[in-house]
Design a protein around this ligand. Structure first.
Ligand SMILES: C[S@@+](CC[C@H](N)C(=O)[O-])C[C@H]1O[C@@H](n2cnc3c(N)ncnc32)[C@H](O)[C@@H]1O
Length: 206
């Protein structure tokens, strides 16, 4: 796969583009594969996976987002309104491929992203530890040697720079093998985090 993809982003929101999911599913999966998104958000992964005859599973913490996703997918897709921090307790079938974008955090943000920003958290390092723990548990759900792709950006905001992509890579690399990154370049001038590019980090369940 190329290590640089240029994509159009149609809307300025928290979704990643369908073209990003499509590119990875085409490259990394075949018809009938089980594709998991542990942070399902608005359901992009599930919608694209279904369209490509994969079997999607999504987990989403927030009830309103889970309801939104339910309206976008068929009854054959699996959507769990639940908590990926206990992903190994959700009775999931063996998964062939994971693609996701985690909830983002800037270094000084008070809320806990891993609880949908609904309560105060214990800080940036605790958030990164939380991600490590989720991917540690995810290893028992993902088939051996299969991959997890994590879409993430660094964030350059009014209150400073958070090297989120580097830090997430290091957090997950504690429990899965980091194989490299694909740089995603945006074809527009409306840059969410003051960058015209972000990353898809690729991990293997070695
Ligand atoms: C960046 S969004 C994902 C966007 C998605 N890629 C899309 O295109 O719609 C991250 C999502 O993770 C959810 N989330 C946060 N903590 C979670 C948890 N512990 N378990 C499951 N979902 C969680 C958030 O509510 C949010 O919707």
């Amino acid at each position: 796969m190329r290590t640089f993809l240029t994509l159009d982003r149609s809307e300025r929101d928290e979704s990643y583009p369908e073209a990003l999911v499509e590119a990875f599913l085409r490259e990394q999966t075949i018809t009938g594969d089980v594709v998991l998104d542990p942070f399902a958000g608005f359901g992009t992964t599930l919608v694209v996976a279904e369209r490509m005859q994969r079997r999607p599973i999504g987990i989403e913490f927030l009830a309103d987002r889970a309801a939104h996703i339910a309206g976008r997918i068929s009854s054959d897709a699996t959507l769990i309104h639940g908590d990926s921090r206990r992903i190994d307790e959700l009775d999931l079938p063996p998964v062939d491929f994971v693609i996701t974008s985690p909830p983002y955090m800037c270094r000084n943000d008070p809320q806990d992203p891993l609880q949908g920003y609904t309560v105060d958290g214990a800080g940036y390092d605790a958030y990164l530890d939380g991600l490590t723990n989720i991917f540690r548990r995810l290893r028992s759900v993902l088939k051996p040697d299969r991959r997890a792709v994590v879409n993430v950006s660094n964030i350059n905001r009014y209150d400073g720079l958070t090297t989120l992509a580097w830090d997430v890579a290091r957090a997950i690399a504690q429990v899965m093998t980091f194989e490299g990154e694909v740089v995603i370049g945006w074809n527009d001038d409306d840059h969410l985090f003051n960058y015209d590019h972000e990353y898809c980090l690729i991990f293997r369940n070695a």
